[in-house]
Design a protein around this ligand. Structure first.
Ligand code: ARG
Length: 245
């Protein structure tokens, strides 16, 4: 019975009847990053959403998800606007200064997206070229720190790929899974091997050991039960289909 009331209250708040004292666990993300997060109509769907929903369930709290530009995802948990930041966020030493990370849930990395008419031959080839990246990402850091140049910043991996197709950039760097989604059905585009090795984790405001423990336990359980792998398959398939539409 108690649960039912919580669900009703949660729904009322989602409908905009008040935000302040609601007990929801709020996730912040950037939903142009399939299969981790993407828009299914108006709804934010994907692997990260399910991981955070499972944390909310463990804590017996209603769940909400919101999308903002990637640059504002980590600031949103630092300022307390959201509780969980989950957006295919790579664990980095720099970010660890500002937030606490859960245990990782995926091993991954970034790749170069190129036109088959201009094949990627290696990192040196990228120097001095126009490189499209989603703003605020580790792809941006790669261009700044490894290539020592300014990237062409976009709001999403798909926007960077559109710039590649139209010739406004020479290459795109992006995380492998959204990159795969972007090149799906694009016969003239291809992907390189990994140029970095990265891990995704959930980020929260520093100094919340109990919340961190609940997230870590949830991730451990989702891995052990095979549920995480199932979501990876399910949302890859769904977002690939959406791309095809
Ligand atoms: N893994 C990369 C990073 O942490 C890219 C993440 C972008 N995520 C997103 N939902 N747009 O910088």
């Amino acid at each position: 019975m108690k649960k039912l009331i919580l669900v009703v209250v949660g729904a009322a708040m989602l409908a905009g009847c008040g935000q302040k004292d609601d007990n929801s666990l709020k996730m912040i993300t950037e939903a142009t990053f399939p299969p981790y997060e993407f828009l299914r109509g108006q709804e934010i769907a994907g692997i990260d959403v399910e991981i955070c929903r499972a944390v909310a369930q463990k804590l017996n709290r209603p769940f909400k998800a919101e999308t903002v530009d990637f640059d504002f995802v980590i600031p949103a948990v630092i300022s307390g606007k959201a509780h969980l930041a989950a957006a295919g966020i790579t664990v980095t030493e720099d970010r660890k200064k500002n937030v606490d990370f859960s245990i990782p849930y995926v091993k991954t990395g970034i790749v170069v997206i190129y036109k088959k008419s201009n094949p990627f031959t290696g990192k040196d080839q990228l120097k001095g070229k126009k490189i499209g990246v989603q703003s605020g990402t580790t792809s941006e850091t790669f261009v700044l720190e490894q290539l020592l140049q300014e990237p062409e910043r976009t709001k999403s991996p798909a926007e960077a790929v559109a710039a590649l197709k139209s010739g406004r950039v020479d290459f795109v760097i992006a995380d492998i899974d959204p990159a795969k989604n972007c090149v799906k059905g694009e016969a003239e585009l291809a992907l390189s091997d990994f140029i970095t090795s990265e891990e995704y984790a959930v980020a929260i405001r520093k100094g919340q050991p109990e919340l961190l423990k609940a997230i870590d336990e949830t991730i451990t359980e989702l891995k052990a039960s095979g549920q995480l792998d199932q979501w990876i398959r399910q949302f890859t398939e769904e977002s690939d289909k959406l791309k095809g539409e």
